[in-house]
Design a protein around this ligand. Structure first.
Ligand code: 1CP
Length: 381
């Protein structure tokens, strides 16, 4: 870095003056070391998240590591279980890096799952091949009391090791994103014990036992903030909070179970890591995007497939970087429909800070060639 500093001073002295060092350290204190470093080793994803619009937006895809990649299916077949895979740094590092090697996305996302949190709280979590997650449901106060107060570091330590190893392996132009599930979304699995289409079991639980449900949400707020801070300290340069099931709630419940807990997490994380870059993805929370965009400290807002990009550009504050929101079915289909859908998004967000992404995760059946087609379209290559 000192070489860069010397050449950028442009003066005859090769040694920056004491005053200049003081000035630089003041800048670092105000904007954070990570952001300062990205000024010298430009990283398009991070610069965009920090508010700089790009002529060609950075791109990554939700669920970019995983089942649509043959190289993932190969190493997954050799692992004894999905959770074991997530807790084995060698495998998780490889799965995180696979889409970067193949496609050169601007950001990598940690390979893990939102359900490592209930697992690390002591709830029984398993994944049935082809059927998704299965948990022993939390039904009573006694079930809740049996959970740990904090995360089991024997499990989480392996995830943090993965974060550190991935960061060390990535080139500086590729950002590393950590993540957690939002409390509401994680709670839907903890209570129903599985994925459901409308989260009816958890909505019912929240109406029937609001105090107990609040206690579950509060526990998730505490451990999720701690988890995100640990990921940031281990090498994640941004974190995303996935609220995949926020779209099923009426307004009062949305505010109580989605908005307030996510706001609390952001506050807690930034109290410990003041420069943390945080993206929220409230899927289906379209009529609440204004409230999300107004959360102090939120840097990025993920838009789901149903959000109109023109509306978002015109109505959401320019201070928040928008991320999204191509239909996963468009990339599954490919062809002219994919090009047109990508163009509409590029045009709508042109001139404002925007990270190109899908409006939800890439589907396992998506052909590799369609991902390549999208990259060519977005990057104009
Ligand atoms: O056997 C396998 O390979 C399991 C498939 C799989 C994979 C590849 C699961 C089970 N999780 C993951 C990885 C994963 N999950 C990542 C890292 C990879 C990446 O993004 O590139 C991330 C960020 C997640 C997040 C996640 N897990 C969410 C939020 C995002 C979203 O898609 O909405 C949710 C809801 C989950 C739960 C989950 N884990 C796995 C499945 C099949 C599901 C969905 C269950 C359901 O509701 O049907």
């Amino acid at each position: 870095m000192s070489t860069t500093l010397v050449t950028t001073t442009g003066g005859s002295s090769l040694v920056p003056s004491a005053g200049m060092w003081q000035g630089l350290s003041n800048v670092i204190e105000v904007i954070g070391l990570d952001r300062f470093m990205t000024t010298f080793a430009p990283n398009k994803f991070l610069a965009t998240l920090d508010g700089a619009a790009q002529s060609v937006p950075p791109i990554w895809l939700m669920r970019q590591a995983g089942r649509y990649l043959p190289e993932y299916r190969k190493i997954r077949a050799e692992a004894e279980s999905f959770l074991h895979f997530c807790y084995t740094p060698k495998l998780a590092v490889e799965a995180t890096l696979q889409p970067i090697r193949r496609f050169g996305f601007d950001a990598a996302i940690l390979f893990s799952d939102i359900l490592v949190i209930p697992d690390a709280l002591g709830q029984k979590v398993g994944f049935e091949t082809g059927e998704g997650p299965r948990l022993t449901p939390i039904a009573t106060q006694a079930d809740f009391d049996a959970l740990r107060l904090d995360l089991d570091m024997e499990r989480i330590g392996a995830v943090l090791e993965t974060v550190g190893q991935v960061r060390a392996a990535l080139p500086s132009e590729t950002a590393l994103i950590g993540f957690c599930g939002a409390p509401w979304t994680v709670a839907t699995y903890m209570i129903a014990g599985r994925g459901t289409p409308d989260q009816a079991p958890t909505r019912r639980f929240a109406y029937e036992q609001p105090e107990l449900f609040q206690a579950i949400i509060n526990r998730l707020v505490d451990v999720s903030s701690d988890y995100l801070v640990r990921q940031l300290r281990a090498g994640a340069q941004a974190v995303q909070i996935f609220d995949s099931w926020s779209g099923v709630l009426p307004v009062a419940e949305f505010e109580r179970w989605c908005l307030a807990p996510v706001r609390a997490i952001i506050e807690k994380v930034r109290a410990q890591e003041p420069h943390a870059r945080i993206i929220a993805f409230p899927r289906g929370g379209t009529s609440h995007l204004h409230q999300f965009a107004a959360i102090p400290g939120l840097r990025g807002l993920g838009l789901d497939t149903a959000v109109d990009p023109d509306w978002a550009t015109a109505n959401l504050p320019a201070s928040v970087t928008l991320q999204g929101n191509l239909d996963p079915i468009a990339i599954l289909t490919g062809g002219r429909g994919l090009d047109e859908a990508a163009d509409r998004i590029l045009e709508a967000f042109a001139g404002r800070p925007h990270i190109f992404n899908l409006g939800h995760g890439i589907l396992p059946e998506t052909p590799i060639a369609h991902v390549e087609q999208l990259l060519r379209r977005v990057r104009g290559a």
